[in-house]
Ligand binder design. Structure first.
Ligand code: NZQ
Ligand code: ZN
Length: 384
């Protein structure tokens, strides 16, 4: 087991009617800016609940943080916050609104010329503005982690900024707010959460007995509830379990002392930046091919995953690994996502376009740092 240093300071306030607690959890003298996405919160009553909860606080609103939050959008929020002397932020939305708000929190006190610096060098983040979230879309785990992902469309970049300063102080998770999610976002959320576990689990065997069992527990739960979520998203317990799975999938509870991969996430960003795929759509396309390309390196763990998660008990380790990869791709498709670039109309030339971009950054991803641009090209060729 590797050395590790674990802390997760985010408090979870979970259950029906909990948005009302927002007002009592934030000190009454705080000047709050509430950040929203494109309008779903107004349609489903979340906005009203948030406003009622904050009726005794000074608060202003910022609307328009888009999916894959854009640097230029969030910088408008930074100006608004500075003009109004804001000293507390509340993000109301999915991963995009939360990540965008995390960046706003860091950029408000930043005195340097160009705040994009903070996205690419998060170690420069020394001061931040406290923040809380009201989660409306289970998927990214951003509500209980210190990660953020920011895009800058004008330069075709998407980067993740990871800093302990990004942890929300608390997050409110009311499963009832998920009843209005479009089917596509449910599919995305299940696959994203599943993939967060895989990125922390699908490496080597033998060094994290407890971590493996926890990770497999979340995978099994997602496989069990995924079809139910798609069938009946108004079943409270189903959605509550989905919400909890997504938070637990990326809050460091399954990554203590174990190696991590993350190559699929990192090389998948290219498909969002260049071809506009949703985050989870990129993962469903890239991952089956990545597993096929890196099968030799991951055979032992794939065989363990095959046995414990998919109940594949016959055949050699290689055969079990092959079947587990098939099962994984089938699961993504069962959840309603496509797993080939051609199904999105992405042409074969994309492989070289992406290769050249990754080559320019001299990438080396994965638990063994061997997913270079050349390996990524092979992976992308495999998912045409
Ligand atoms: O903008 P509004 O109108 O609110 O609509 C949103 C948006 O269009 C809608 N939505 C959210 N809650 C809803 C709802 N519609 C109806 N009812 C509700 N209750 O859903 C759409 C998608 O929202 P978005 O926040 O973009 O989705 P998601 O949570 O999947 O976030 C994706 C972003 O998170 C990043 C991704 O790269 C992407 O930028 N990630 C962040 C991570 C992190 N911080 O740890 C890790 C992930 O791997 C991921 O990279
Ligand atoms: Zn993800």
């Amino acid at each position: 087991m590797n050395n590790f240093d674990f802390q997760n300071p985010t408090r979870l306030i979970f259950g029906k009617g909990t948005i009302a607690k927002l007002g009592t959890e934030i000190p009454s003298d705080k000047r709050i800016m509430v950040c929203f996405g494109g309008g779903s919160a107004k349609k489903n009553g979340v906005y009203e609940q948030v406003k009622n909860a904050l009726s005794n606080h000074f608060n202003i609103e910022f609307w328009g943080i888009e999916p894959n939050p854009d640097y230029d959008t969030v910088m408008k929020a930074v100006t608004l916050a500075r003009d109004n002397k804001i000293n507390y932020l509340v993000a109301v939305g999915g991963g995009s609104v939360i990540d965008g708000t995390k960046f706003i929190a860091h950029a408000i006190p930043y005195t340097g010329e160009d705040a994009w610096e903070l996205a690419i060098h998060p170690e420069k983040i020394t001061k931040t503005t406290p923040l809380a979230t009201v989660l409306t879309l289970p998927a990214t785990g951003s509500e209980m982690n210190y990660r953020g992902v920011l895009s800058r469309r004008r330069t075709q970049e998407k980067v993740s900024f990871i800093t302990p300063k990004s942890s929300p102080q608390f997050s409110i998770l009311d499963p009832e707010v998920t009843y209005t999610l479009p089917k596509k976002q449910l599919s995305n959320g299940i696959v994203d959460a599943f993939m967060h576990i895989m990125e922390q689990y699908m490496t080597t065997t033998g060094n994290g007995i407890l971590m493996d069992r926890w990770a497999e527990g979340v995978l099994l739960s997602l496989i069990e509830i995924g079809p139910k979520v798609l069938e009946n998203q108004k079943d409270y317990d189903t959605m509550a379990n989905f919400m909890l799975c997504a938070s637990m999938a990326l809050n460091d509870f399954v990554s203590m002392g174990v190696p991590q991969d993350w190559a699929t996430h990192r090389i998948g960003y290219e498909l969002t930046v260049l071809y506009g795929l949703d985050h989870a759509e990129t993962l469903a396309v890239v991952y089956p091919s990545l597993l096929r390309v890196l099968k030799k390196q991951k055979t032992e763990k794939l065989a363990q995953y095959a046995e414990r998660v998919w109940n594949i008990t016959t055949g050699s380790k290689e055969e079990k690994a092959d079947k587990a990869i098939e099962k994984t791709e089938e699961f993504f498709r069962q959840m309603g996502l496509r797993t080939r670039m051609s199904e999105y109309g992405i042409p074969a030339e994309a492989v070289d376009i992406i290769y050249n971009r990754l080559k320019a950054h001299n990438i080396a991803y994965g638990e063994n740092k061997n997913v270079t641009a050349e390996v990524a090209r092979e992976i992308y060729t495999g998912c045409l």
